[in-house]
Ligand binder design. Sequence first.
Ligand SMILES: Cc1cc2nc3c(=O)[nH]c(=O)nc-3n(C[C@H](O)[C@H](O)[C@H](O)COP(=O)(O)OP(=O)(O)OC[C@H]3O[C@@H](n4cnc5c(N)ncnc54)[C@H](O)[C@@H]3O)c2cc1C
Length: 442
Amino acid sequence: MSETQGQRVNGHIRERFDTLVVGGGIAGLESALDLAEQGYRVLVVEKEASIGGKMIALSKVFPTLDCSSCITTPKMSAVAHHENIEIATHTSVTAIEENAGTHRVELVRRPTYVDEDLCIGCSLCEEACPIEYPDPFEEGLGSIRAIAVPFTNAIPQKAVLNPEYCIACGACAKVCPTDAVKFDQEQLIYHVDADSVIIASGFTLNSVYLKPQYNAAMSRNTITPMQLERLLAPHGPYGRVLRPSDGKVPDSIAFVLCAGSRDQSIGVPYCSRVCCMYSIKQAILLSGAVPLADITIYYMDIRAFGKGHEQFYKNAQAMGINFVNGKVARIDNIENNDMSLRIENLETGQVEENRHDLVVLAQGIIPQPVKPDGLNAVAGDDGFVERPEIHRPAWTGMEGVFVAGVAAGPKDIVDSIMDAGAAAAEASGFLSRREEKGKMFF
Ligand SMILES: Cc1cc2nc3c(=O)[nH]c(=O)nc-3n(C[C@H](O)[C@H](O)[C@H](O)COP(=O)(O)OP(=O)(O)OC[C@H]3O[C@@H](n4cnc5c(N)ncnc54)[C@H](O)[C@@H]3O)c2cc1C
């Protein structure tokens, strides 16, 4: 939503929507589209500079191995072009209050230092900018300029300036053909009213929740699964799979499952549900990308719970991926930036020391709770949104507030999309019941 839209009330912008969707990942996008197709007006609020969530950064998806961005980009575009949907990126929900049967929402849009209405996404500013920093979209493996469109298929295609790295040299402003660079842009506070809310704030991954004995920070060749997704992506940071420390093609790759889940001591006692499958997927993709490499998956048990998942697992075994039922006790960085893994092999009962030159730690799925004033009640003990009634899995227990996707607990894309449909159906039922009630008074 641009600054010029909406009605200004006390210096702020006030608009009314049928539904506010918090989060522009695949779950939020699906919910928004479902409702918009039924004629409801939807506002999608996304805290990052682009919609698309985690899925837009994935390489391919299990169990079909379809290209992830080929599925996500058309959805993002459909949302962006839908006449009933507004998108507010770089924006956080800071308060939601129930007020006379509706939700009064406060939104804070952080400055991008670029006027969205003027920016044409030409990238001339990016070319002129002399400063580079580790690219968050490439999980720090590549670099991006201090002012840039966040990634190739970002929506909106608007440049964003990172004030942490900008040296205010003015090179970007000089080349901008539309005078869109605004060094003095300030944060903007919006107020909107929304009759219903869908929380689709997804998850985060954080190495803080890894077992400390894995010394994750000690080696550049101990990488996260999202980093591997980017290495495997056709337009990834290096264009091929290379070790971050020295650019060598890896020849012995290890996956450590449950590295950040199912462990009370690290604060993540639950199963993250997708790690077994995404690790198997990544191993399969690696065997194509680095055909000479040995690939080993260390696991406690494999949870291949979904349709087609067991067969996917069997295919990986048949392809020669080495599955070792064992607990990884510790990981040490040894010479040449290789890693030594101490394993308790549960099949042989032996303790082994195995050397690998690239290690992928399956981090846990960590909730990303939406806790603006007034919505605190919806987060459960584990941080994921509570669903108090088993026969209404999209309802949060709060009037008109629903949940979709990983915000309610770890799950894969198919289940996130099904959740999104359920949340949209609940929201639509809620809105139409309100309309009926409204008619009864006239
Ligand atoms: C490494 C890895 C590989 C995976 N591979 C697969 C796979 O191959 N197949 C598969 O089915 N699943 C896979 N998954 C799981 C898949 O990523 C999730 O199922 C899917 O992304 C869930 O979508 P979501 O919309 O619920 O959450 P997200 O993708 O996390 O989207 C949530 C969005 O909400 C935004 N947000 C959060 N908080 C706020 C806030 N307060 N205000 C505004 N916006 C907010 C976030 O910025 C984000 O854009 C993988 C997961 C990982 C970690």
